[in-house]
Design a protein. Structure first.
Length: 492
């Protein structure tokens, strides 16, 4: 079914109520004892004429509706080659392992989401306030990972396509047809046998009236043009009996011609043939033999098709039944007679040519070479885009020290004024660094009050039921957020 379908494609067929000319259907051929996928090109009563898109002939078997499994509804190019490994034991086990791994991963992910949801619902009400968005969730981060993953996918796809065959072999059948036309004519006295005094093709040859007729054979070659065409030709008449006796009468001497057409002419000596038979019967005394007259042109056509030498012999025959008084054409059926007067012979040459192999990608059918280069270029562009997105993401991750503290405290951070006066009270527990007071606020789920003092220091206060915790200090020099390995766990 080239070029519609190729070896390794998967075609899905579905039963239909009606099948029309042009549908591609799968049917059972009892002669070949297998399923055939061909196109409907016509009907013959309740049966269908089938033909492959690459064939020059119609299938010999004509299926009925009961023989047809269905018509093509889905085409998956090359799918059989990719699925063939599943039929092997190792491939089948690998396929099951991948399915099991994906199922386990999705199930664990679902359980993890349920556990996080349960913990979130168990938190105190004040912990359910809206949180600030983490700088790690920058839109450039999503764009970076998306472009990177697409680039890796296209890069792998381009390597895969680059390793597949770039061309495919197609068998091209070049067909030529040798055809010819028999004719004969002559003149005779006007009378009951030949009212107009002319003998035409198809008329019986009355031996008592005619002594000879002119026999012509017009020859030509059609179909795929022959190159450097030339040929040799001759024409003979053979009179033979059922007893095995025969005699040949050359109608035209051997000759050569240039090209793909020729005209063969010769005088059929009916009178000489009649005398030879009378002499044979007189000599042998055998008069019950039946005879056949055969006119046979022989043409040896030479040339080349697409550089391939061609040599074909064309030797059709036109037969007459020879009786005592006349010679008449052996064939009387009009259709068979037309085929005998205009014989044909078909020859062909099969050539294997290599053409670029094409893919089908969402309606796009590029050559394999174009596809893998395009995928490679797209992958390179995506890698460049991912580098740009990563650079933008790094810029978003650089925070000043105070902003970093604020991000880490999240919804616990509360701006205040005058709370530093409470630090003079008794029972205040002073902590030595921001990490300690942040840990207290998180453990006791209390607000972290912040106040910026006039001397540039920052005051932090956490009030619990039994104690008050405080810290005074300045943040250290800032670092890009992506360099703090623990931030991903601490930043909301």
């Amino acid at each position: 079914m080239l070029p519609t379908y190729h070896a390794g494609d998967v075609v899905v067929v579905r039963k239909s109520q009606t099948y029309r000319v042009g549908d591609v259907v799968a049917y059972w051929d009892p002669v070949l004892n297998r399923i055939i996928l061909h196109r409907i090109v016509g009907t013959d009563g309740p049966r269908y004429l089938m033909k492959g898109d690459h064939n020059a002939w119609v299938d010999p078997y004509l299926p009925s509706r009961e023989d047809i499994y269905g018509k093509a509804v889905l085409h998956l190019p090359g799918a059989a080659r990719h699925l063939a490994w599943v039929q092997k034991p190792a491939g089948y086990l690998a396929f099951l392992a991948v399915v099991a791994f994906v199922w386990i991963f999705l199930e664990l992910r679902r359980l993890g989401l349920q556990e996080r949801r349960r913990r979130r619902l168990q938190r105190p009400r004040e912990a359910l306030k809206e949180r600030e968005v983490s700088p790690l969730a920058s839109p450039f981060r999503s764009a970076f990972y998306t472009a990177l993953l697409l680039g890796v996918f296209l890069l792998g796809l381009s390597f895969y396509w680059a390793r597949t065959p770039q061309t495919e072999a197609i068998i091209q059948v070049l067909t030529f047809t040798q055809r010819g036309t028999f004719s004969y004519e002559g003149s005779a006295p006007e009378g009951a046998a030949y009212p107009d005094g002319k003998v035409k093709t198809g008329d019986p040859l009355f031996l008592g009236i005619l002594s000879s007729v002119l026999v012509t054979f017009s020859y030509e070659v059609g179909g795929y043009p022959l190159e450097k065409a030339q040929g040799e030709g001759q024409m003979v008449a053979i009179l033979r009996g059922q007893s095995g006796w025969s005699r040949a009468y050359p109608l035209m001497e051997p000759f050569t011609f240039e090209g793909t057409s020729a005209r063969l002419e010769g005088i059929l000596p009916l009178g000489e043939m009649k005398k030879d038979l009378e002499a044979l019967q007189a000599e042998t005394g055998y008069r019950l033999d039946r005879y056949t007259l055969t006119i046979q042109p022989k043409i040896l056509q030479k040339g080349s098709l697409a550089g391939t030498p061609v040599e074909s012999l064309f030797a059709p025959e036109l037969s007459f039944d020879w009786e005592a008084l006349l010679a008449k054409l052996s064939i009387t059926d009009p259709q068979k007679l037309a085929a005998a007067l205009g014989p044909e012979k078909t020859g062909n040459v099969s050539l294997t040519t290599h053409v670029p192999r094409h893919l089908r990608v969402l309606g796009w059918e590029p050559a394999v070479g174009v596809a893998w280069r395009t995928a490679l270029i797209a992958a390179m562009l995506l890698f460049l885009a991912s580098g740009f997105f990563y650079w933008q993401w790094r810029k978003d991750l650089v925070l000043d020290p105070l902003s970093l503290w604020r991000k880490r405290a999240g919804h616990l951070w509360v701006e205040s004024q005058g709370l530093h006066l409470l630090s003079d009270q008794e029972g205040v527990v002073w902590l030595g660094d921001f990490e300690s007071i942040l840990r207290v606020a998180r453990d006791y789920e209390r607000f972290l009050f912040h106040e910026e003092l006039e001397d540039g220091q920052h005051f932090f206060l956490v009030r619990d039921v039994d104690a008050t915790y405080a810290f005074r200090g300045r943040p250290q020099s800032g670092k890009p957020l992506y360099q703090l390995k623990s931030i991903t766990k601490e930043v909301p």
